[in-house]
Each structure stands twice: as C-alpha cells, then as structure tokens.
Design a protein around this ligand. Structure first.
Ligand code: FAD
Length: 330
C-alpha cells in the first residue's frame, strides 16, 4: 500500500500520540507507525500499572490510563495507525519524504516527526550466575524486569533491586499488595525523585518495606527454576540471604536504535540532535521529539516530550505550508 499524508509520526509512545493531537490542532493529518502491536510505547509495554506522579493536572495516573487518555485526545483528528510495523527507510522524494515500513508499505509525507523513544528496548540484566533459569517463570514468580500486573505480586515476598525511579515507585506500589518488600541498593541514597524517596523512607520507618542497604545482588537460590532466596553482599563481602518468591531488578534499559541510525540524521550517543527552538534535526522537514532527541538541558520526561511534540507540530506546519503564517491562539 502507498499512502500520502501531511506528517508521519514514528513511534506511538506518549510523545508520538500527543504529537498527533498537536498536529491536528494546526490542521495537519498524521499517519503513526509503531513496531509494537499496541500504542503507548514504554508506558504500555514496560509499566502499564505504575503510577506516574509528574504529569501536570494528575496527582497520580497509571501509565496505561495516561495512554488511553492520549489516544482519546488524538482520536478526533483521525490518525491512521500502522502498528506492528517498523519504519525501516526514510528517503527524500522531491520536496517530501518517503517512509518505508517493514511490510513494504510506503507513506509519503511533507514532514516526519520521529518520536521513537529509545528505539527497541530491553532491560539491563544483573550478571548473576544461572539467572536465566529463573526468568520467564510466569506472573509474580522468579526474576522479572517489568511488572505488567501489580496483582501478580499479591501475598508474595519480593526483592526489588536498584535505586532509581522504577525501583522506588514499584516498591511503594507493590507494598500495598505484597507480603514483604525488600529493596536492595548499594548505598543509602536513592536516585529517585525526592518526593518518592521520602515516601519510600516513610514506609521503611513504618516497617512496611525493608531497605537492604548497602548491599548488592550476589547470587540466587532455588530448585528447578523456582526461586527460594536472593543472596546479597556488601562491598566487603559480607552476605545475607533474603527468602523470596520474586526478584525484580530495575537497572535501567539498554536501547538499540535500529534503522534510525541509518537515516543520515545528526546523532549524539544514539540520540538525534535537534534545535530545541524548532525540534528540527539536521535534515529539512525531519523533526524529533521525546526520549529520542537531545539538546542542551534535555529532560527525559513525558512532560518535556509533550512540549517538544507541540513545538515539532508547529514546525511541521511551517514545513507543510511554507510562507503561510500560523495564527495560533488558545
Ligand atoms: P517511547 O515511550 O519509548 O515510545 C517510542 C515508540 O517508538 C515505541 O513504542 C517503539 O516501539 C517505537 N519505535 C521506535 N523505533 C521505531 C521504528 N523504527 N519504527 C516504528 N516504531 C518505532 N517518565 C515520566 O515522565 N514519569 C515517570 O514516572 C516515568 N516512569 C518511568 C518508569 C519506567 C519503568 C520507565 C522505563 C520509564 C519511565 N519514564 C517516566 C520515562 C517515560 O516512559 C519516557 O520518557 C517516555 O515513554 C518517552 O516517550 P516517547 O514517546 O518519547 O518514547
């Protein structure tokens, strides 16, 4: 199939979805491409049931609910979704751009907004001997890198490893359902939002969560792939055995850019460099927003991505309608 449109949005994560809305507001039609089978990017694929606390106007919103609302917000502008397909090729076609998808579909667009997050993503796995034997053991059991359903951990003894936002937010959330939550971190200071860290420490003071610090993961114990304990160690080699049903290591994601690296765009450490005043990349008419883009002072947050999507949509308008002033007021 061959299509023509104003804008192709690469990535249906929160930023791509909001870009559709912003494009709609300036009367641009969008086709949205995502390699995943469902919209929502990291929010839907990695942490649908995690509460997000830093979306303006929502003191707390589950990631899956945020995605539903963004989809709803974009719906009046009738975007065409191409899901389960990767965008592989991007080449100039006169004044426009031809986008090629992995199933051979082509879409010719006046502008392209790349909101591809980290590209293809996967978890950083801790280097523990025999860890594979405990992975993929089903809901709430063994070693898992993402929580898709909080309920899976009801009544379970859960070790959470890591000191960032995911470890802290999940510890707070799962403490409501799990029998026991133990948070293993190599130092007493966490790298989470200060407010979340304060909530974690309050739960620890109340005895709801056990902070196992300063410790690191050392080894796993169990039989036939059934986890029974996580052994942790101090830097000095002193060990401790934590009886557990599940281990959730949250050591961040390793990302693989995929075909985007071949599109000839200016890059800095696997991110697309943009002018933050326009979100323009080094190629005319190709814009980038969200986690995939970088510029001095870039914040990898959903709310920063939303503002970038708005900026990119306005630039896309200028590309699609050169010389036509955008009279924009809300
Ligand atoms: P993504 O959500 O990564 O979406 C990009 C999409 O592009 C993906 O669906 C991918 O499949 C698709 N894609 C990539 N390459 C291609 C291609 N070539 N063809 C087709 N599709 C492609 N941020 C906050 O602000 N608050 C939080 O509380 C928060 N908590 C987080 C918790 C966790 C566990 C994680 C992992 C992240 C968290 N973040 C949080 C970060 C937030 O999720 C990201 O900043 C946000 O998802 C970025 O949105 P995006 O749309 O730019 O990219």
């Amino acid at each position: 199939m061959n299509y023509e449109t104003d804008v192709v949005v690469v990535g249906a994560g929160p930023v791509g979805l909001f870009a559709v809305f912003e494009c709609g507001m300036v009367k641009l039609n969008c086709h949205v491409v995502d390699a995943l089978d469902a919209v929502g990017g990291q929010c839907a694929a990695l942490y649908p049931e995690k509460p997000i606390y830093d979306v303006p106007g929502h003191p707390s919103i589950l990631a899956a609910d945020l995605i539903e609302r963004l989809k709803e917000q974009a719906a009046p502008f009738a975007p065409t979704y191409h899901l389960g397909r990767q965008m592989t090729g991007l080449e100039r076609a006169g004044e426009a751009w031809r986008c090629t998808l992995s199933d051979g579909t082509t879409i010719t667009a006046k502008a392209v907004i790349v909101a591809a997050g980290g590209g293809a993503f996967g978890p950083n796995r801790p280097p523990l001997d025999g860890i594979e034997a405990y992975e993929g053991k089903g809901p709430g059991a063994g070693v898992a890198y993402f929580v898709t359903r909080r309920e899976d951990y009801r009544g379970k003894r859960v070790v959470i490893a890591g000191g960032g936002d995911s470890a802290v937010d999940w510890a707070i959330s799962l403490a409501e359902v799990a029998e026991k939550i133990m948070v293993v971190h190599r130092r007493p200071k966490f790298r989470a939002a200060p407010e979340s860290e304060a909530r974690l420490k309050a739960l620890a003071d109340a005895g709801t969560i056990e902070l196992v610090v300063p410790y690191q993961l050392h080894s796993l114990e169990g039989e036939g792939g059934k986890l029974s304990a996580v052994v942790v160690a101090t830097l000095g080699g002193q060990t401790r055995r934590l009886e557990a049903d599940a281990l959730l290591p949250f050591f961040g994601l390793a990302t693989e850019l995929g075909p985007i690296a071949e599109w000839g765009l200016g890059m800095d450490r696997n991110l697309i460099t943009v002018d933050p005043a326009t979100m323009a990349t080094t190629a005319p008419g190709i814009l980038a927003a969200g986690d995939i883009c970088t510029y001095p002072g870039k914040l990898k947050l959903i709310l920063a991505g939303f503002a970038e999507a708005a900026r990119a949509a306005h630039t896309a308008h200028d590309v699609a309608h050169p010389g036509e002033a955008l009279h924009f007021e809300r």
